[in-house]
Design a protein. Structure first.
Length: 145
């Protein structure tokens, strides 16, 4: 009796799988069934090339060297000084950062690679001057000059 249980269960399982795959349906279930009505196989959309435009979900990016908003995390704590490494600038320059609470500090803005909407890294001294916790991701407004 137990010899029949395993084969019967396997048969029912395969029958369920086969129906999901369309093996017991009538009509053409061959490779041509995957074709669209116009006879061409659907293809995924092309990705933009390096020279091409933006990806479909990308919006306009802020302009470098115009200041803006960024989210900053603690940078290298062994590097002294008041600085912010950010993709919002293309050359090193002085600037001012302001937190949402209104605390601000003047510091050195250092360019890093990345999209202008990418995050920034802030010095330990600057975080202390702003009075923000060292483990926070800090929203900042960056002003040039």
């Amino acid at each position: 009796m137990t010899k029949w249980i395993a084969p019967v269960l396997v048969m029912f399982a395969l029958t369920g799988c086969a129906q999901g795959l369309g093996l017991f349906r009538g009509g053409d279930a061959g490779p041509s069934a995957a074709r669209s009505p116009d006879g061409e196989t659907p293809r995924p959309m092309e990705r933009p090339s390096a020279e091409g435009g933006l990806a479909p979900d990308d919006g306009p990016q802020p302009v470098r060297d115009a200041g803006g908003e960024t989210i900053a995390s603690l940078g290298d704590p062994s590097e002294p000084g008041l600085w912010l490494r950010t993709p919002l600038v293309s050359t090193e320059r002085q600037g001012r950062i302001t937190t949402e609470s209104g605390a601000s500090v003047t510091l050195r803005l250092i360019p890093i690679a990345g999209a202008t909407g990418a995050g920034s890294r802030i010095s330990l001294e600057a975080m202390r001057a702003l009075g923000v916790p060292l483990t926070d991701l800090v929203p900042l407004t960056v002003s040039l000059g």
